[in-house]
Each structure stands twice: as structure tokens, then as C-alpha cells.
Design a protein around this ligand. Structure first.
Ligand code: ADP
Length: 616
């Protein structure tokens, strides 16, 4: 049972651990998504702040540069040298004077080029008059700054110089002579120096014209490329102003699409850039700072991974702790189950033992009752046997005594008449018979006295040859009367045996006379008596060839008052008395059924002991 509990708990725990792991992974993933979004926003904001600074710097630098030169054309246009030239555009001396003045101003103020155009658009005087790519003679009537200035306004234009092939910002101002516009004064400035300061920074800066063409950039390879896909009208406008001279704007757009609301613009090479832009209204430009978001994204990713890792570690730690606690709980549960099982078994065993005990108690009581009833039955039996023996004895005694008494009475009654008639011989004969009958009754009394002897008398010591001789003498008359032939065989080395010689003789006489009774009137009247030593003492055998003892009577012949002989021939006490005498000597009297018929009585006796006293 504890194993079952442990297995079930382990299964539940595994399932819980699995659910925990799944939930943990989900939590880590969700946290990752959240943290990544937040971190990316923070890092992008940071990037944007940096970009903003760069943008402001770029815009202010550009604006300052333009501001520096914007009033210069008007100032130069008011110079007498220029006015004089405007009044007489073809005059060589005036042209030469103007050329020198313009070069001086350009060098002094750091302008790229300063030149004068007549109302037809032809350049009459220029600061680079002595340069190989001089503007002199060039017609730039197609430039907007010329048309705007000729119309009385201030011309501004950014373009690639058709003669110099260099980018420049052009400021145009009308030259008035007598309230008439007699030409246009132009100052071209160079922005390359500003562009140079942008190179090598982390952020990319692009400046686009109103048609979205990049003309200033921190990256030279981005120059003269459309910022986004341009439409046909914008390209046509660019062509009309010859802004980029003969340069064809055919390059691939820098961005594959417009920046989204998050400010992220996809670069042609696939990098998403954060685009921050500001328009410079007077110049008609847009300055844009492009910031690479890769770093911010990498930082966000690293931070996210770090947070996920930390969270994962924390969850793993929590899971490990939880599992340890679960293991502990499981172990406690198993221990409790084992304890409960043990207690259950002990209780079971105790109950079994108690039941067994109760059963044993019942059995003991039953046995005691059975024993008591057995004892009662035995006592009843003994009582019944005693009564039966007493009945038997009374019947035998009354029988044995009544007959001689009746005869004595008969003889005694006749006696006076015989004496009266003088028949003295007969009277004497009667008296002799009376005495004989009284003797017989006295003998009966002796037998009874023997039966009632006390068995506690000392055992004594007897010599078998002597006892046998005395017994055969006593039994002699009876043997002779029966015509029996007694053959006695005694072993020469017979030991002295335990027993009183007279009582032993009485036993032998009894057995021999019984044998004589058995063979009386039979054809074979032999009686054989043998005595031989045994390991424990000696054995006497008295065997006759009479009818033997029937099987049914064998148990009873040793009972007192059991006899098969007629009245006056036996009381049935002989074998009973003999049996008890031999028993008193520590020996045994048994009947055997010998081969060849007849009966054999065996008297087994023990060796005599030294302390034995010679007794009767
Ligand atoms: P009693 O001689 O007065 O009858 P016992 O006790 O000596 O009494 O003998 C009991 C009975 O045993 C006898 O009546 C007889 O039937 C039987 N018995 C004894 N000895 C012999 C024997 N040698 N052969 C046959 N029967 C015997």
C-alpha cells in the first residue's frame, strides 16, 4: 500500500511539475515579449533623442551658413563698379574692373563664386574670370534664381554647377540702373565643408530638395539619389531647372517606403532606420537624420534575454524548491502510510491472538468439563464394579456356606434319633461328616481372610527350588486325585527371587491345582513346570494340556469370584489372590495361549534385594 501511495503521488507530482514547467515557459515568453517591447521603446527613444541633437546641429549649421551669404548679392549689386557694368555690359574696361572687385569680395568673404549676368542671362563678369572653368560667357537664364531676381525678387536655388560641376547654393539679386533691372548679381556658396563635418559619425544625415532628391549627405554614395520613389512630374521639374546639370537622377531610392508613424524607415539594404526630419522653409530643403536601430534593437534583445534568463532561473529555482518540498511531503505520506499499515497489521494480529486465546480458553474449559465428566463416569463405574463384585461375592458366599450348613443341619437332626436307636456307628459317622463340613467352611473363611490380606507386608527373598518342592508336596494329593503327571524342570543357576516363600508357594499351589483341575478326566494329563533365570530375575512356567482358557474369558479369570467350576470346587479367588501376591513382589502373573493347546501361566519374578526381610 505505501508503494501504491508513493507511485500515485509521484505521478501527480510529475503532472504538476509538467504543468508548472509549461506555465513557467509561458510566463518567461510573455515576460520576454513585454520586456522586449518596453526595452525597444526605451532604447529607440534614447536613439531618437540622440538623433534629435544631431538634427538640430545640422539644421542650425546649414541655416547659419545660408544666413551669412543671403544679403551679399544685394550688397554687391549696389557697388558702383557693378552698376557701371550693368549700364554698359559690353565695355571691356568695366568688365575687367568688375572682375577684379568680384574676385576680391569672393576671396575675402569665402564665397565660392560671384558673378554678374546681363538681362539676357549671359555672364559678363565673374570672380573666377581667370580660372579654366570660368563662368564668363555662360548663359544661366534657365536657373530659377536668375528668373526670380530678374522679376525683382530674391533668387535662391541649389544646384550642381553646369560649368564647374560642383554643388552650390545660389543667391540672386537684381541690379537696378535708373529704376530698371539691368542685370542679376549672383553669389554661389559651397556647402562641401559642412558636409565634410558630417562624415564618420554614427548617424547618417541627408538633405533633400523639394523633389526629394538627396544632394547633401554624410554618405557620398547616397548623393543624387531619390530619397523615396519620385513621381514623373517631380523628375520633369528637376530636368527643367537643370538643377543637377546633365546628371540623370536614375538611382534607386534610398528608402523602399515612406517612414511609418513610429519613424522607422526601411533602407534599401533592408536595415530599418529611425528617420528624424526637419524642413528648412527658406531654403526649401528637408534635413533628415537616419539612425541605425540595430544597436537599440540589439540592446533591447540583450536586455530581454537577460531578463528572461533571470526569470527562467528564478522559476527553475522555485520549481526545484517546490519539488523538494513535494518530495518531503511524499516521503512523509509514505512514512505515514507505512505506519498505518503496521498499526493495522498489529491490530489484526492482536485480534487474531485474542480470538485464539478465547478459543483456547473455551477449549480448556471444555476439556476440564470433559475431564470432570470422565472422572465422574469413572467413579460411577468403580462404584458399579464394587457393587457388582459385592453382589457376586454375596451370591458365591451364600451358595458356598448354605450347602454345608444345610448338610450339617441334616446330619445334626438325624443324630438324636440314631443315638436313641443305639445306632452309634451311624451317629459317629454323622458327627465325623459334620466336623468335615465345618472344616470346609473354616477353609472358606481362611480363603476370605487371605483375600483381605494387607499388601504392605515386606517382600522378602525366596529360593525357587525350595518353594517348588514345598508346593508340589502340598498339591500332591490333588494331583494324584486328578491322575495328573507333573514334570518339574529347574535350571541349575536359578537366582534367589524377591518374594515371601510361603506366599509364593501359595501362588504355585493355586496354579498347579488349577492345572490339575483342567486335566482332570482328560486323556493327556501332563503338567509341565519349568523354572529358568531371566535378565531381571527368574520365570516359572506351569503348562497343562487341558482345554485351555477360551478367548472370551481371558480378561476375566483374574477377577475375584470369577470361576467356571461348580459349587464346592472353587470360590474364584485363587488367580485373583495369586495375581495380587505376584504384583506385591514386583513381578507379573500372565496367561499365554501356547501352541498345541492347553494353558500356560507364567510367573515372572525379580532378583531378590539384599535389604529384603525373610517374611511369609
Ligand atoms: P477357582 O479355581 O476357584 O475356580 P481360580 O481363580 O483359581 O478360581 O480360577 C478361576 C477360573 O480360571 C477357573 O474357574 C477356570 O475356569 C479358569 N482356569 C484356571 N486355571 C485353568 C487352567 N489351567 N486351565 C483351564 N482353565 C483354568
Amino acid at each position: 500500500m505505501p508503494e501504491r501511495i508513493a507511485a500515485a503521488t509521484a505521478r501527480g507530482q510529475r503532472a504538476a511539475l509538467g504543468a508548472f514547467a509549461l506555465a513557467g515557459v509561458l510566463v518567461v515568453l510573455l515576460a520576454g515579449v513585454f520586456v522586449h517591447a518596453q526595452a525597444q521603446r526605451v532604447f529607440l527613444d534614447d536613439t531618437a533623442r540622440r538623433g534629435d541633437t544631431t538634427l538640430r546641429l545640422a539644421v542650425s549649421t546649414l541655416a547659419a551658413q545660408l544666413d551669412r551669404f543671403q544679403r551679399l548679392p544685394r550688397l554687391v549689386a549696389e557697388q558702383p563698379v557693378i552698376r557701371a557694368l550693368a549700364a554698359h555690359p559690353g565695355d571691356a574696361a568695366r568688365i575687367a574692373a568688375a572682375n577684379l572687385t568680384l574676385r576680391h569680395i569672393a576671396v575675402t568673404l569665402g564665397a565660392s563664386d560671384i558673378y554678374f549676368m546681363d538681362p539676357g542671362g549671359i555672364t559678363r563678369a565673374a570672380s573666377n574670370f581667370d580660372q579654366p572653368a570660368s563662368f564668363i560667357g555662360g548663359n544661366f537664364a534657365f536657373r530659377p534664381y536668375f528668373t526670380q531676381a530678374l522679376a525683382g525678387g530674391e533668387g535662391r536655388f541649389f544646384a550642381l554647377g553646369t560649368t564647374s560641376g560642383k554643388r552650390g547654393y545660389y543667391f540672386g539679386a537684381p541690379v537696378r540702373v535708373d529704376d530698371r533691372i539691368a542685370g542679376v548679381m549672383v553669389v554661389k556658396i559651397d556647402l562641401d565643408a559642412i558636409e565634410d563635418t558630417w562624415r564618420g559619425g554614427d548617424d547618417e544625415i541627408v538633405v533633400t530638395d523639394p523633389e526629394n532628391i538627396i544632394f547633401l549627405s554624410s554618405r557620398p554614395d547616397w548623393l543624387f539619389r531619390p530619397y523615396v520613389q519620385p513621381d514623373e512630374a517631380a523628375l520633369a521639374r528637376t530636368r527643367a531647372t537643370r538643377r543637377y546639370a546633365s546628371l540623370a537622377i536614375t538611382g534607386e531610392p534610398l528608402l523602399t517606403g515612406l517612414p511609418g508613424p513610429d519613424g522607422l524607415a526601411p533602407l534599401a539594404d533592408g536595415r530599418p532606420m529611425l528617420a528624424l526630419g526637419e524642413r528648412m522653409e527658406t531654403a526649401g530643403w528637408k534635413v533628415t537624420v537616419l539612425l541605425d536601430t540595430a544597436l537599440a534593437k540589439r540592446q533591447a534583445l540583450v536586455l530581454t534575454l537577460a531578463v528572461m534568463l533571470a526569470l527562467g532561473l528564478m522559476l527553475t529555482l522555485a520549481a526545484a524548491l517546490w519539488e523538494r518540498r513535494a518530495r518531503l511531503r511524499e516521503r512523509l505520506a509514505v512514512q505515514a502510510a507505512v505506519r498505518a499499515e503496521l498499526e493495522r497489521r498489529v491490530a489484526e494480529r492482536t485480534a487474531e491472538l485474542a480470538a485464539l486465546n478465547a478459543r483456547l480458553g473455551a477449549e480448556v474449559a471444555e476439556r476440564a468439563a470433559a475431564e470432570a465428566s470422565l472422572r465422574q463416569a469413572q467413579a460411577d463405574l468403580i462404584q458399579a464394579a464394587k457393587l457388582a463384585a459385592l453382589g457376586q461375592m454375596s451370591a458365591a458366599l451364600s451358595h458356598e456356606f448354605n450347602q454345608p450348613l444345610a448338610a450339617v443341619r441334616n446330619y445334626a437332626e438325624n443324630l438324636p434319633a440314631l443315638v436313641d436307636r443305639g445306632r452309634t456307628d451311624e451317629a459317629r459317622g454323622n458327627a465325623v461328616r459334620i466336623v468335615g463340613l465345618v472344616d470346609r467352611m473354616a477353609a472358606l473363611g481362611r480363603d476370605l481372610r487371605n483375600f483381605a490380606r494387607t499388601p504392605e507386608r515386606g517382600v522378602g527373598r525366596a529360593s525357587l527350588p525350595e518353594v517348588v518342592r514345598a508346593a508340589t508336596e502340598v498339591a500332591g494329593p490333588r494331583l494324584r486325585a486328578a491322575g495328573a503327571e507333573l514334570a518339574v524342570t529347574l535350571a541349575p543357576d536359578l537366582p534367589a527371587v524377591a518374594g515371601g516363600p510361603l506366599r509364593l508357594e501359595q501362588v504355585l499351589v493355586n496354579v498347579i491345582t488349577n492345572a490339575a483341575d483342567a486335566v482332570d478326566g482328560r486323556a493327556d494329563r501332563r503338567i509341565v513346570l519349568t523354572a529358568e533365570p531371566t535378565e531381571t530375575g527368574a520365570r516359572i512356567r506351569v503348562r497343562d494340556f487341558g482345554p485351555g482358557v477360551p478367548e472370551a474369558l481371558r480378561e476375566r479369570i483374574f477377577d475375584p469370584f470369577f470361576t467356571t467350576k461348580g459349587v464346592g470346587r472353587g470360590l474364584g479367588l485363587g488367580l485373583s489372590i495369586s495375581y495380587n501376591i505376584v504384583k506385591d513382589f514386583g513381578g507379573e502373573l500372565t496367561l499365554v495361549d501356547p501352541e498345541g493347546g492347553g494353558a500356560e501361566f507364567r510367573i515372572d519374578l525379580r532378583h531378590a534385594t539384599d535389604e529384603g526381610v525373610q517374611a511369609a
